[in-house]
Design a protein around this ligand. Sequence first.
Ligand SMILES: CC(C)(COP(=O)(O)OP(=O)(O)OC[C@H]1O[C@@H](n2cnc3c(N)ncnc32)[C@H](O)[C@@H]1OP(=O)(O)O)[C@@H](O)C(=O)NCCC(=O)NCCS
Length: 188
Amino acid sequence: MMTKQELTYRQLLTLRDGARVLLRLLKPDDRQSLIDLYAPISPEDQRYLRDDVSDPETVARWVDDLDYARVLPLVALVGERIVGNATLHLHRGPARHRGEVRIFLAKDFRRRGLGTRMLQTLIELARRRSLYMLEAQIVSDQSHVIRAFKNLGFELKCTFDDYFMLPDGDLRDVAHLILRLRAAEEEF
Ligand SMILES: CC(C)(COP(=O)(O)OP(=O)(O)OC[C@H]1O[C@@H](n2cnc3c(N)ncnc32)[C@H](O)[C@@H]1OP(=O)(O)O)[C@@H](O)C(=O)NCCC(=O)NCCS
């Protein structure tokens, strides 16, 4: 269940270089801005993503099918422009204590500390939901992305060999990272 606190969540950040960025949940009105975030994606970035985000229909569906009980999407805005999208994917039944995180930033907003701040916010939202752990799956080639997650406390739990097929059919290993938010014994 969404709390009012989550629905109205807003955080104004000042990045290391002085840029001002607003973090809040994605809303139905953000349809075009989210399409615009992904449209200029480079072929290199696209190779490592699960969805074909250069297709506006794919991105539009995320907004049209907004369901905060399934996916909590946090966006970063500079004025009207969305410069980042970080999502917390929630599960049901035996996986209801876990969340999966994914993140994508506009190229000109990388290496400025924004990814770290957005992931910290998702971690905080996950804690408020009393989740036990967060997971991330990252293609092993992407050592800088893995480093960014490890800096936040994520640990490499295992690597799946040949788990990700690139558009050209090449196979890559996938790193499975976990961040524990609470221990099982905290229940008692
Ligand atoms: C991965 C991503 C979210 C990182 O966000 P970011 O804002 O660029 O990262 P930060 O500036 O917060 O940097 C955090 C740390 O990550 C590491 N890092 C991030 N990008 C790096 C790069 N290109 N080269 C080397 N290290 C890098 C560094 O250790 C960095 O810390 P430092 O700046 O103090 O050295 C961003 O690059 C991105 O959106 N990439 C494309 C999509 C993607 O790969 N998503 C991950 C799939 S879940």
